[in-house]
Design a protein around this ligand. Structure first.
Ligand SMILES: Nc1ncnc2c1ncn2[C@@H]1O[C@H](COP(=O)(O)OP(=O)(O)OP(=O)(O)O)[C@@H](O)[C@H]1O
Length: 300
């Protein structure tokens, strides 16, 4: 039995000379929320479309729930929301779900439960034309949930939502994962989904530049040092720790060493006659890692 829900090996897709997806090795483990992150145009939608059989890879392979992409047996266990959900505006939320249930042969059995799950039970009888964008997006997730899938593939489920809508979507997605489902979702905005993801993959210009837990991808933190005269402090730290470890981050200096070196660094600066007014530990933010990684890729 596999513990991976999705695995790709050197998966690629080109459009003419554009390498939209360039040899990526994804690994989405069963039961996790996997955030597939990247700027607009990075290749997220193209990847997700390949995983569900809507687009063919130019080269490389993918396995989804142990089967090739688009295999009906895997699709039967996969809930999909890619791009805008197709909704009937003049029907209620409940009827929209019932229609989908009918034409996908999963039936109406789960409609009420799904309305509950996506937080639309109270608005179930309202016409969808009167729904907010957030409600429509949640209804789209509801459609994907009707078949009670073990894997959900959601393309930008929080895109365009206002802050309250983002919070509701995040809570919904986190809840789905705690029910034991695997959730593979894409986003161009780390702040939207970063905190609910067990692991993330970062895509930049078609390449997977990082994959791992948030902590792994976030990378190292730094000691933030405020000392005067600053030029002398910079000089001393560069000599002792090497220029790579020292970054001028006005008004402070960032030194990439482990946090337990704080006291020793402080002492070294004091011993050199410098006036140290602050030494604190700064975690490297996920956002920084994201922008560093994508910037590196864009420079290639
Ligand atoms: N059918 C297509 N024909 C030609 N080029 C395409 C096609 N689909 C995607 N592309 C190109 O492939 C690249 C990746 O697009 P994709 O839509 O996968 O990115 P994305 O990360 O999902 O971005 P967005 O969030 O803007 O949808 C872009 O350069 C895009 O212009």
């Amino acid at each position: 039995m596999t513990t991976d829900s999705v695995v790709t090996h050197q998966l690629s897709r080109s459009f003419g000379s554009v390498k939209a997806v360039d040899a990526i090795d994804l690994e989405v483990r069963a039961g996790e929320v996997y955030g597939f992150l990247g700027a607009n145009g990075a290749g997220k939608t193209t990847t997700l479309r390949m995983l569900v059989g809507l687009a063919r890879p130019t080269s490389g392979k993918a396995t989804v729930l142990g089967r090739p992409p688009g295999d009906p047996r895997a699709l039967a266990r996969t809930g999909i929301l890619i791009e805008e959900p197709a909704l009937y505006p003049y029907l209620s939320g409940r009827d929209n779900l019932a229609v989908v249930g009918r034409y996908t042969a999963v039936g109406a059995r789960r409609v009420e439960a799904v309305l509950e799950t996506v937080g639309l039970a109270e608005a179930a009888a309202k016409r969808v034309s009167r729904y907010s964008l957030g409600m429509r997006q949640r209804l789209g997730v509801g459609m994907a949930l009707l078949k009670d899938p073990e894997l959900l593939v959601l393309d930008e489920p929080a895109n365009g939502l206002d802050p309250a809508g983002v919070v509701q979507m995040r809570e919904l997605l986190a809840g789905l994962a705690s029910d034991g489902r695997t959730v593979l979702l894409s986003s161009h905005a780390l702040s939207e989904v970063g905190q609910i993801c067990d692991r993330v993959g970062i895509l930049a210009a078609g390449r997977l530049v990082a994959q791992g837990t948030l902590a792994e991808v976030r990378g190292e933190g730094a000691l933030l040092i405020t000392a005067e005269p600053q030029a002398e402090a910079l000089d001393l730290l560069r000599k002792r720790f090497g220029p790579q470890a020292v970054r001028h981050q006005p008004p402070a200096i960032a030194l990439t060493v482990s946090p337990d070196q704080a006291a020793s660094v402080n002492r070294q600066l004091n011993d050199a006659g410098l006036d140290v007014s602050g030494v604190s530990w700064q975690e490297r933010s996920m956002a920084e890692a994201f922008f560093d990684l994508t910037a590196k890729e864009d420079d290639r």
